[in-house]
Design a protein around this ligand. Structure first.
Ligand code: NI
Length: 258
């Protein structure tokens, strides 16, 4: 059993075969998926997918690219969506200076407002952070985000930051990058992260692991990520699947019974 903690099955890349692909997941050992909203439309779509499939849960929020959606109306919309019982997190939220640094102040405000919302709703957060380590860590500390709980998804920073994130009580999300030739920095950081703090994710349709790098990703590729982690940590693939599954259930506060 594998828990994909971060997928975007609402993406148009799945328009042709969404239902048949999702229907095939359970038979392939993917028994839980959290579909993550990147904007308000995606958040609504995530809730719809969670309503349709028993093993899919939803995260709702606006990615830093869509920080402008997080005004009073945006927050009210997220609050309304959160009433659905299968909403298990606020995300993905955070800072991304790789694509756009001009609106850094807007990104920070949207990030903080959504952490406040998560605290109010007693939901963990899914953090997206790219080329913005310092500002992200500053906000997480200021907000005492360890108490809110959550994950730094698609972790891309140094070993030192990984330690800080784990010490705060947050999880590290690991996906296809761990299999990439240029994923050495991540593999090194994972040596320092206890398996009890790692969760699996695809971020599909993006970031397909080797040997499928560059093609459309899906939860079906997670065994490649499991294998890479088992090699780094020196434990069996069964142990990686079981521990990361339990970690994800603990983080999302859902029971771990099948
Ligand atoms: Ni994502």
């Amino acid at each position: 059993m594998i828990f994909d903690t971060h997928a975007h099955y609402d993406d148009e890349a799945f328009d042709e075969d969404r239902d048949s692909l999702i229907a095939s997941l359970k038979d392939n050992g993917i028994t839980r998926v959290v579909n993550v909203g990147a904007d308000l439309k995606g958040s609504r779509a995530s809730v719809e997918l969670a309503d349709k499939y028993d093993f899919i849960y939803a995260a709702i929020g606006a990615h830093p690219d869509n920080a402008n959606e997080i005004d009073d109306t945006g927050i009210a919309t997220l609050k309304e969506l959160s009433k659905n019982k299968k909403v298990v997190a606020i995300g993905e939220i955070g800072l991304d200076y790789y694509w756009n640094k001009d609106n850094a102040e807007d990104q920070k405000e949207a990030f903080s407002r959504q952490i406040d919302l998560a605290r109010e709703l007693a939901l963990p957060i899914i953090i997206h952070s790219r080329d913005a380590a310092k500002d992200t860590m500053d906000i997480l500390k200021e907000q005492d985000a360890g108490k809110v709980g959550g994950v730094m998804h698609c972790f891309s920073y140094s070993t030192e930051i990984a330690r800080e994130v784990v010490d705060m009580g947050l999880y590290i999300g690991v996906g296809g990058v761990v299999t990439f030739k240029n994923g050495k920095k991540l593999r090194e950081a994972l040596l320092e992260v206890p398996l009890e703090k790692i969760i699996l994710e695809t971020d599909c349709p993006y970031l397909a692991p080797e040997p499928h790098r560059g093609s459309r990703n899906s939860s079906l590729n997670l065994p490649y990520v499991v294998k890479a982690i088992s090699e780094i940590k020196g434990v069996s693939v069964e142990e990686v699947m079981k521990t990361t599954y339990n970690n994800a259930c603990r983080m999302y506060r859902i029971n771990n019974e099948e």
